[in-house]
Ligand binder design. Structure first.
Ligand code: NAD
Length: 426
């Protein structure tokens, strides 16, 4: 079976080879790299809840806290039947690199429960969410580990989790009752969530697109064509802001349908079509399959749906010159090599979709301060953060003549290693 954790370690070793020259004490450097191959803490347990039927059922749960050298652990919680220990571990490494790539003061973590949430009632889902918080106990908290939503976890689930955390703190009657709102991000607006969070990931990707356009000297934005796979939160907001910035979004798709309008489509109208008819296209002639969308002759392809969609099978057929990875892990390592050889530039997920975690960081800052910003204020802070991250990575990309992905990893892993050094952990 495919082991994503092995992929994450192989990736780290590859980056370490490139970074080694920057460190004089090789022994110390290798010690740091070895340390980064493992999570600092790994929690594994079984959560038992009473179902509506009165029967008891257990669910396997994980939390991988990879690295805390740069700040509290940060990363989502995934509810999915396909969750594995190795996947959670790999995702926690990637979170350490993502928070470092955009230079926000966090480490990396990830959590998960092996469950199909669609098979649970709302009451059962709430019990499971609360049980997860009891399982984590004081291993999470505003200055320790700040979880967030991921696949199938929602603002409502974060609200239950915050509430359970607060109850737990009160029961223990310790001084640990410290700002429970700042223990989880991705909360509903009514409960300490941040303005702008909903569109932040898609918009952050468009900020990256804008910087890329400057570097590549794209003059006429209206001639730059974009195809987007996935029209959920991330895909929709990417399409919306790309069009607003003057680009031509020609195709989008979701799990059930796709639309291709060579002269450019209107994301809001496309969204309305989907609400009214269940289909993205307004006529049969505009329909396109998901496979065909990936192979369109566009300037920019944006995978914004699932993991592992650009594979050894699909990579050779891609005609776009640039890929902006808005989904997490849409490109397999083997496909990445094919794209590199074919000269297709990939803006990696740890940069492109980091607008989400960056706005989670703003949410945490607002919770800690008890002072809340308007959407305009949040987005005005997001833009320079994304531009600075892009610039840091692009300069390494140009200097090292490597891929943008390797440049992003190089910047990120170096930041984590430097923090380990400064703390004297190696
Ligand atoms: P979402 O559930 O809102 O949307 C997912 C979209 O993908 C839906 O339109 C769905 O129909 C579509 N989809 C599913 N299967 C598909 C298929 N086989 N072909 C084409 N489309 C398909 O999820 P989201 O929040 O938009 O997340 C999308 C991706 O972005 C995920 O990889 C997620 O991990 C990543 N991401 C999300 C955020 C965020 O803030 N939401 C942040 C960082 C990364």
């Amino acid at each position: 079976m495919h082991n994503p954790y092995k992929d994450a370690v192989t990736q780290l070793e590859l980056v370490a080879k490139r970074l080694e020259f920057e460190y004089t004490d090789k022994k110390r450097f290798h010690k740091a790299v070895e340390l980064l191959k493992q999570p600092e803490q790994f929690h594994e347990g079984s959560l038992e809840i009473t179902l509506d039927s009165g029967k008891k059922q257990s669910f396997k749960a994980f939390r991988s806290q990879h690295n805390s050298a740069r700040g509290p652990y940060k990363g989502g919680i995934r509810f999915h039947p396909g969750v594995t220990k190795e996947e959670v571990q790999a995702l926690s490494l990637w979170m350490s690199w993502k928070t470092a790539a955009v230079n926000i003061p966090y480490g990396g973590a990830k959590g998960g429960i092996i469950v199909d949430p669609k098979k649970l009632s709302l009451a059962e889902l709430e019990k499971l969410s609360r049980a997860y918080v009891r399982f984590l106990g004081t291993t999470v908290g505003p200055w320790i580990d700040v979880p967030a939503p991921d696949v199938n976890t929602t603002p409502q689930i974060m609200a239950w989790m915050v509430d359970e955390y607060e109850l737990m703190m009160r029961e223990s009657n310790t001084a640990q009752l410290q700002n429970p709102l700042a223990s989880f991000t991705g909360k509903p607006l009514e409960l300490g969530g941040s303005q702008g969070r909903e569109e932040a990931t898609g918009l952050g990707g468009v900020y990256v697109l804008e910087e890329l356009a400057k570097k590549l000297g794209w003059k006429r934005k209206q001639d730059i064509t974009i195809a987007i796979q996935g029209f959920g939160n991330v895909g929709y907001w990417f399409a919306y802001h790309a069009k607003a910035a003057g680009y031509k979004v020609v195709a989008v798709s979701d799990s059930k349908s796709g639309v291709f309008v060579p002269n450019g489509l209107d994301p809001e109208q496309t969204h309305a079509n989907k609400q009214q008819t269940g289909k993205l296209a307004s006529s049969a002639s505009e329909q396109i399959s998901n496979e065909a969308l990936l192979e369109l002759d566009v300037d920019v392809l944006v995978p914004a749906a699932l993991e592992n969609v650009i594979t050894v099978e699909t990579a050779p057929k891609i005609k776009a010159k640039t890929i902006i990875e808005m989904a997490n892990g849409p490109t397999t390592p083997e496909a990445d090599e094919i794209l590199a050889v074919r000269g297709i530039r990939v803006i990696p997920d740890i940069l492109a979709n980091a607008g989400g975690v960056s706005t989670s960081y703003f949410e945490w800052v607002q919770n800690l301060a008890g002072y809340y910003w308007s959407k305009e204020e949040v987005l005005a802070k997001l833009q320079p953060l994304m531009i600075a991250a892009f610039e840091d990575i692009w300069s390494v990309y140009e200097q090292e003549k490597t891929t943008v992905r390797l440049a992003a990893y190089q910047v990120a892993v170096k930041r984590v290693i430097d923090a380990l050094y400064l703390r004297g952990r190696v």
